[in-house]
Design a protein around this ligand. Sequence first.
Ligand SMILES: *[C@@H]1O[C@H](CO)[C@@H](O)[C@H](O)[C@H]1NC(C)=O
Ligand SMILES: *[C@@H]1O[C@H](CO)[C@@H](O)[C@H](O)[C@H]1NC(C)=O
Ligand SMILES: *[C@@H]1O[C@H](CO)[C@@H](O)[C@H](O)[C@H]1NC(C)=O
Ligand SMILES: *[C@@H]1O[C@H](CO)[C@@H](O)[C@H](O)[C@H]1NC(C)=O
Ligand SMILES: *[C@@H]1O[C@H](CO)[C@@H](O)[C@H](O)[C@H]1NC(C)=O
Ligand SMILES: *[C@@H]1O[C@H](CO)[C@@H](O)[C@H](O)[C@H]1NC(C)=O
Ligand SMILES: *[C@@H]1O[C@H](CO)[C@@H](O)[C@H](O)[C@H]1NC(C)=O
Ligand SMILES: *[C@@H]1O[C@H](CO)[C@@H](O)[C@H](O)[C@H]1NC(C)=O
Ligand SMILES: *[C@@H]1O[C@H](CO)[C@@H](O)[C@H](O)[C@H]1NC(C)=O
Ligand SMILES: *[C@@H]1O[C@H](CO)[C@@H](O)[C@H](O)[C@H]1NC(C)=O
Ligand SMILES: *[C@@H]1O[C@H](CO)[C@@H](O)[C@H](O)[C@H]1NC(C)=O
Length: 731
Amino acid sequence: MLPHPLSFLQLLFAASFAFAQNWTVTPFIPPATPLAVRGPYLQSWMNQGVTNGSLNSGWQSYRDGSKLTWTGFLRVDGQLFDWMGDRQNYTPAVQKETVFTSTKTVITMTCGSVDLTATFLSPIEPTDLVNQSIPLSYLGVEVASNDGNPHQVELFTDIDGEWLAQPDQFVQWNTTVGDVVTHQFSLQNQTQFGEVNGRLRYGSIVYSTEQVPGLTYQAGAAGVVKPAFQTTGALNNSVDPQFRVIQNNWPTVAFAHNLGTVLSTKTPPIVYTIGYVRDPLVQFPNLPNVNNLRGPYYLTRYNSISNMITAFLNDYTNALARATDFDNKLFTDALDITPQVNDYANILALSVRQMFGNIELTSGWDGTTYVQTDIMAFLNDGFTNAVDIIYSAWPALLYTNPAIGRYLLEPLLAYQLANPVQGGYAIHDLGASYPNVTGSSIDYPVEASGDQLIMALSYTQKTSDNTLITKYQSLYDQFGTYLTQNGLYMASQFSSDSFAGALPNQTNLAVKSIVALKAASEIFLILGDTNKSQHYDSVSASFLTQWQNVALSLDKSHYTLSYRNDPSWSLLYNLYADRLLGLNVFPPSVYQTQTKWYATKLDQYGIRLDSRSSDAKTDWQLWTAATVTDSSLRTTMISLVKKYVTSGINSGPFPDRYNSVNGQMATFMDRTVVGGHFALLIVPDVMQGGSSGGNGTNGSNNDKSGGVSTAVSPPLTIAFTLLATIIYTLL
Ligand SMILES: *[C@@H]1O[C@H](CO)[C@@H](O)[C@H](O)[C@H]1NC(C)=O
Ligand SMILES: *[C@@H]1O[C@H](CO)[C@@H](O)[C@H](O)[C@H]1NC(C)=O
Ligand SMILES: *[C@@H]1O[C@H](CO)[C@@H](O)[C@H](O)[C@H]1NC(C)=O
Ligand SMILES: *[C@@H]1O[C@H](CO)[C@@H](O)[C@H](O)[C@H]1NC(C)=O
Ligand SMILES: *[C@@H]1O[C@H](CO)[C@@H](O)[C@H](O)[C@H]1NC(C)=O
Ligand SMILES: *[C@@H]1O[C@H](CO)[C@@H](O)[C@H](O)[C@H]1NC(C)=O
Ligand SMILES: *[C@@H]1O[C@H](CO)[C@@H](O)[C@H](O)[C@H]1NC(C)=O
Ligand SMILES: *[C@@H]1O[C@H](CO)[C@@H](O)[C@H](O)[C@H]1NC(C)=O
Ligand SMILES: *[C@@H]1O[C@H](CO)[C@@H](O)[C@H](O)[C@H]1NC(C)=O
Ligand SMILES: *[C@@H]1O[C@H](CO)[C@@H](O)[C@H](O)[C@H]1NC(C)=O
Ligand SMILES: *[C@@H]1O[C@H](CO)[C@@H](O)[C@H](O)[C@H]1NC(C)=O
C-alpha cells in the first residue's frame, strides 16, 4: 500500500532526497511549503530557506512572512507531542516525510509510538466555479500505532487571531455548535472593503470540524487551553467571554478529539477546514448596467456561509479524490515536457496553489440575490487585476479554464467602456486598494493594449466563444489604433517589468505590438470586418519589416533591448504570444537567432531578463523556453529555474524575481505570475532549427489545455503506463 494518495507514476518519477534534516522530501524542499493557500487572505506557508524547517520547528507564515499560529499536539498514553507549530515548551514529534503535489502537502510525523499523517489540501477546481470560489482549505489527520501495540490517543489543534490581523488588533470570537462546530474570529472594529498592510479590516477566520463523539472544544487564553489539554486530553467546551487584543493573553480557539485506542491501521481522518470568509467580497465602481456590490460566487449555490462550510467539510473524501486526479493529470502532462527528469512537473506543482490562491470569483448583487450568470474574477498583486499579471498567468488559465481568464479581463474592459481613456490605450489596472476597486491608476500603454488584444484572440480561439470580442470590439479597435500610432517607436514607457525602468523603443515591447496588431486583424476577421482586418494585418507586416531593421544588432547576432543599442539584449518573451496564437508573424530566423544568443547567456541560476542587470524572472524564462528552437537549451532553461527554486538559499512563497548570478530572491513573493510557468504545457513543441520553423506545428493543435477533463492522447498515456508498469514490476 502506498503511504499517501499519490499515483505510483508520481512516486516513480519523483526524486526523494534524504538530507541532513533527517526526513525525506518529495519532490524537493521549496522556499516555502504551502499549507492552507486558498484565497488572497488565506495564506499559510511553512517557510523553508536554509533551516529546512520542519512542521514543528516554528510557526507558519502569512504571505508577507508575518507569523501565523497553528498548533498541533498528539497525546499518546498521556505523553504530549508537538507535531505542528513552535515546539519549544513541548516534546517535539519527529518529522519523517514531506510530499507535496499540486493541491496537497502531506507530512508524516512520529509521535513516540504513534505516527501521524497531516494532509493539507487546498483544492484546485477550475471547472466548477462554485467549488473554486470556496475560500477554505482542509487539514485531514490520520494516526496509527507504529510499534504493533495499542495506544490511547488524543488529538489537539488550535489557531489564534493572527490568522485575521496583526497582534495589536482587538478581536472577538465565538463558537457555533451544530452538526458542525465552527470557531470564528473577527475584528471588533470592522471597515467594509478596508485593507491595511495586506490584512482585511472585515470578514472572519473560520475553523471548523464535524460534531462527533469524543470532540471537545474551547476558546480562551493559549496559556490556559493548551495546558488543559496536556493535563486531561480534553477541553471543557467553554468560550472565554472577555474579548481583547490578540497579544493580550493570546486568545486561541481549539478542538480536541479523543481517538480512543489506536492500532496499526490508520484511523479515519479527522477533518478540519480553515478559511477566511466575507460577504460582500468586492466593491466595484458604480457603472451603468453593472452590479457593483459583488459577493462570493459560492453564494449562488449555498444560501449561507455556514451551509457552504458544512457542504465543503462533508465533501472531503470526494475533494481529495478530485484533487488527486488533478495532481496526476498535471503531472503526466508536464512529464511530456522534460521526460527524463520531472523538473517541469515539479515546478508546476509548486506554482498552482499560489496562482489560484490569489484569484477570487464573484457574482453581482442585483438588489435581491447574487446573480449566477453575472461573474467577475479579481486578483490583487498590489494592483487590482493588473493586465500584465493576467497576461503572464494566461497559460495556466488556458490550461485549466480560459473562462476564468475572461472573468479577470471583464472588470477592466467593463470599466474602460464606461470610462473612456484619452488616447485610446488599454488601462493597466483597477487601482491599488483591493477589495475596494476604485478604477485605473497607472499607465503601461503599449504593454496593456497589446496584452488585451492577444488575450482576447487567445480566449476566442480556445473557446470558440465570440461574445467577448463582440461586446468590446470598439475597445479592441481603439487599442489597435493606439498601437498603430505608438506600438513600434514608442516613447519612454514601462513594460510589465517596471522594476527595470522605463525605456523608449523597446524591442520586446514592439514584438508584443506586432503580434497584437496581427491579433487585431484576426479579431476583426472573425467579426466580419474585412476592411479593418486587412488594415491591421498590413500595419503588423509593415512594423515587422521596420523592426527587423532597427532591432537586429549590426553583427546580426541578436536582437537588442532597445533599437540600435548594440550590445544590449533582452529575453524576447513576447514571441511566445506569436506561438500561442499560431499566427506565425515572426519568421523562424528570429527564433533561431535568439536561441543561439540565449545559449551564450546562461548564468549560474538562469538567464537574466535583459542586459541592464542580473534581475531574472521565472515566468518570462519559461515563456522564452517555449520559443527556443533547441530542445536541449529548453531543458537547460527549465533545469536552471528549478535549480534556483531548490537552492535552499531563499525563503518565502515562490519568489518569481531573483538574481540569476547568485540565486538570491528579490522582493516579489506569492504572486499570480507563477501561472506563466505553464507556458510549455500550452505550446510544448520545439521548433527545429533550420527546418520550416514556426510552421511545423502551431500552438492550438499541440497544447494540453482545456481543463482537467481533457484526456492526454491515448498512445502517450499507454506508453507511460506501460513504462511505469515495467519499472514498477522490476522494483
Ligand atoms: C537543508 O537542505 C539542504 C539541501 O537542500 C542541505 O544541504 C542542508 O544540509 C539542510 N540543512 C539543514 C540545517 O538540515
Ligand atoms: C532523526 O531521526 C531519528 C530516527 O527517526 C531520531 O531518533 C532523531 O532524533 C532524529 N533527529 C532529529 C535531529 O530530528
Ligand atoms: C459569531 O461572530 C460572527 C462575526 O462577528 C457573527 O457574524 C455571528 O453572528 C456570531 N455568531 C454567534 C452565534 O454569535
Ligand atoms: C477603527 O479602524 C479604523 C481603520 O480601519 C480607524 O481609523 C478607527 O480609528 C478605528 N476605530 C476605533 C474605535 O478603534
Ligand atoms: C472605497 O473607495 C471609495 C471611492 O474611492 C471611497 O469613497 C471609500 O471610502 C473607499 N472605502 C474604503 C473602505 O477605503
Ligand atoms: C473551562 O476552563 C476555563 C479555563 O480554565 C474556566 O475558566 C471555565 O470555568 C471552565 N468552564 C467549565 C464549564 O468548566
Ligand atoms: C464540488 O464539485 C463537485 C462536483 O461537481 C460536487 O459534487 C461538490 O458538491 C462540490 N463541492 C461543494 C462544496 O460544493
Ligand atoms: C526610436 O528609434 C527610431 C529609429 O531608430 C529613432 O528615430 C528615434 O529617435 C528613437 N526614439 C527615441 C526616443 O530614442
Ligand atoms: C477601410 O479602411 C480604410 C482605413 O484603413 C478607410 O479609409 C476606408 O474608408 C475603409 N473602407 C470602408 C468601406 O470601410
Ligand atoms: C493551427 O492549427 C489549427 C488546428 O489544427 C488550424 O485550424 C489552424 O489553421 C492552424 N493555424 C495556423 C496558422 O497554421
Ligand atoms: C507559415 O504559415 C503561414 C500561414 O499558415 C504562412 O502565411 C507563412 O508564409 C508561413 N511561413 C513560413 C516561413 O513558411
